[in-house]
Design a binder for this molecule. Structure first.
Ligand SMILES: [Fe+2]
Length: 157
């Protein structure tokens, strides 16, 4: 199989946004509004620690009980968990999914042209969740803009 057809056959992790309010019947109402207003939020972590023309490297730190803002993944990426813990995911399809995480757990996601995932992650365990997330921003979609306030300020030498 040549590289081109391999790419065409890659499994997509696209999640369709539901327009049916019934799909969100288990959601707190303020979360539905936040989700709708966050379509252009490309901040997939707490802090953007490095960026090149090819990648953005993020850290996502979630103390127990905290939930990160809704954000949208538009290009292939992976995350790697540094800790054990438990999380609740809210997806724009309306799906809510609870998962256990373990230190070293690493998951890869793929999005082709016009595909994406819009979601939020809540720490529902009793330990801090900490992820490193790497986005491949040379993918098929233009990366979303990131406010400067999210970029790591290196300490003065
Ligand atoms: Fe995310």
């Amino acid at each position: 199989m040549d590289g081109h057809s391999e790419k065409l056959n890659r499994k997509s992790d696209h999640i369709e946004t539901s327009q049916n309010l019934n799909d969100f019947k288990d959601w707190p109402e303020d979360l539905i509004d936040e989700m709708r207003q966050s379509y252009d939020n490309g901040c997939v972590g707490s802090i953007l620690v490095s960026e090149t023309p090819m990648v953005r490297v993020w850290h996502l730190r979630l103390p127990p009980g905290y939930r990160c803002p809704f954000h949208r993944h538009v290009n292939p990426y992976f995350w790697s968990s540094h800790n054990d813990g438990r999380a609740r995911n809210y997806f724009s399809s309306g799906q809510i999914k609870e998962v256990n995480h373990f230190a070293g757990e690493t998951r890869h996601f793929y999005y082709g042209k016009d595909e994406y995932m819009l979601h939020s992650v809540e720490n529902i365990g009793d330990s801090e969740l900490l992820f490193t997330t790497v986005e491949f921003i040379d993918g098929e979609n233009r990366p979303l803009d990131i406010p400067d306030s999210y970029r790591l300020k290196e300490p003065d030498a």
